[in-house]
Structure formats: structure tokens, C-alpha cells
Write a new protein. Structure first.
Length: 246
């Protein structure tokens, strides 16, 4: 797989990303795979579930986990990463609870929960494949611009627009913190293989900065330039500023 792949159609984009996950599972049945949520990954998850519905495989050894989670909302909230992954993929693949690891939406001790989550991944041998989306400001998970590169799983903030929408949808009062718990940039860099996916014209500028700008905490995704096995998948719109053969 090339380091930078540009898909000519949205269908090709989704299939390429899904096949990366499928091949990892078929190659290593006890893989530990990190998943991201959002518009970019929705159809990717559908293709994965459709594939294993058509070609049944023993998936009981695979561990899936979510890159991040919204804090201080009900776990049943449709916008919680737990519910999105469960509805889009986990239930379709009949993955049991012990092999679906998520950071909590609610906790009396979020720092301890972050440490326990990290340890659970370590106990399973570390992350084999991590699928990441790209934020318009270069964030990965909830690691916003300015996040130190050495950060491990932690409590971060979310952008104002997302916070406002979630607060409205969940009727969360102003005095309750709405943030995100997320694996840190250090955790991301310790993953054996990474697939970064981005599509849409709104991602084109940050894609160029991520790949060709300086490696800086102000663009968290720029750290991926230093990963030994990170692959980047874009559609034509997201790659419009890149000097590659389309």
C-alpha cells in the first residue's frame, strides 16, 4: 500500500479504507483495531459489516476500540462514539463486550478510566491498526491544536461548534463540562500501522499542511509525518492541493 492514496470516487475511497481493515483481520485474527466515528467513516463501517455478512469469518478474537468519546453524556446518546460504533459495526459483527473497548461517557474518575483503558490495550498486545479521521484544524481524536506530542490518553476539550450542538441535543446544563476523552498523540504514534482518511474540499488545506508543513503541535496530525507505517487516503477534493498524479 502506498503512503498517499488518492481515490477517484467516493465509492473507491470507502472500499479502499474498508479493505485495509478487512485485510488486517484476515491476516491477524486477534488484531487490535482502533476506529473513528463521523461522516467520513460511516460507509467504511457499512462495507466492513457487509463483507463479513457475505463471507462469514470467526471474529471472536478481534478487539475493536474507539479512538475517543464524548464525556458527561448518556452512553445511549446517539452522538456518543460508543453508540455510533455499536450501531454501525460492532453489533453487525456480533462482537462481544469484552472485545469492544471504549472510553467511558460518564465516570467519577476520568483520569483513572483513561489509565485503565490504556492498560487494556497494552494487555492485548498493543494496537495493530488505527483508523483516524482528520479534523479541519488538524485534530486527531480530541487532540486539538496545541496538544503536546507526548500526551497519553486524557481529557481534552472539543471545538465550540460541536460542544454547542451536543449540549443542545442532550440538554446538558452550562455548569456541566462537555469535553472529550481521547487516546493521546503518544498513543497514536505507538500504533503499529495507521490509516488516516480524509475527504471533502473542507479538508484540502489541512491535508496539505499535515503532509507538507512543519511538524508542530499546532497541527496535531503533522506528527504522522514521523510514523514509520502511516498511510493517507484522500478523495479528489481533499487532495486538490497535493502535487500527485490524480
Amino acid at each position: 500500500m502506498e503512503k498517499v492514496i488518492i481515490a477517484k470516487t467516493e465509492e473507491q475511497f470507502d472500499i479502499m479504507a474498508a479493505m485495509c481493515v478487512i485485510k488486517q483481520i484476515l491476516k491477524k485474527p486477534d488484531s487490535v483495531i482502533g476506529l473513528s466515528t463521523g461522516r467520513t467513516t460511516l460507509h467504511i463501517h457499512q462495507i466492513i459489516s457487509n463483507f463479513f455478512a457475505e463471507y462469514p469469518s470467526d471474529l471472536h478474537q478481534v478487539t475493536f476500540f474507539g479512538v475517543d468519546e464524548v464525556m458527561n453524556v448518556p452512553r445511549e446518546y446517539s452522538g456518543a462514539c460508543f453508540m455510533m460504533l455499536k450501531n454501525q459495526l460492532i453489533d453487525a459483527l456480533s462482537i462481544d463486550d469484552a472485545h469492544f473497548l471504549m472510553l467511558p461517557t460518564q465516570s467519577n474518575d476520568f483520569p483513572a478510566a483513561c489509565r485503565e483503558f490504556e492498560q487494556a490495550l497494552v494487555d492485548r498486545g498493543g494496537v495493530d491498526l488505527l483508523v483516524l479521521g482528520l479534523g479541519e484544524n488538524g485534530h486527531l481524536g480530541f487532540n486539538q491544536p496545541g496538544t503536546p506530542f507526548e500526551t497519553c490518553t486524557w481529557i481534552s476539550r472539543m471545538d465550540d461548534q460541536l460542544e454547542s450542538r451536543i449540549r443542545s441535543e442532550t440538554n446538558t446544563p452550562p455548569d456541566v463540562l462537555l469535553g472529550g476523552v481521547t487516546i493521546g498523540l503518544k498513543n497514536i504514534m505507538h500504533s503499529r500501522k495507521i490509516l488516516l482518511v480524509a475527504k471533502g474540499t473542507n479538508k484540502a488545506e489541512i491535508v496539505d499542511k499535515m503532509l507538507h508543513g512543519p511538524v508542530t503541535p499546532q497541527v496535531p496530525a503533522s506528527i504522522l509525518q514521523l510514523h514509520p507505517d502511516c498511510h493517507f487516503l484522500f478523495d479528489l477534493s481533499a487532495s486538490k492541493y497535493l502535487q500527485y498524479e490524480h
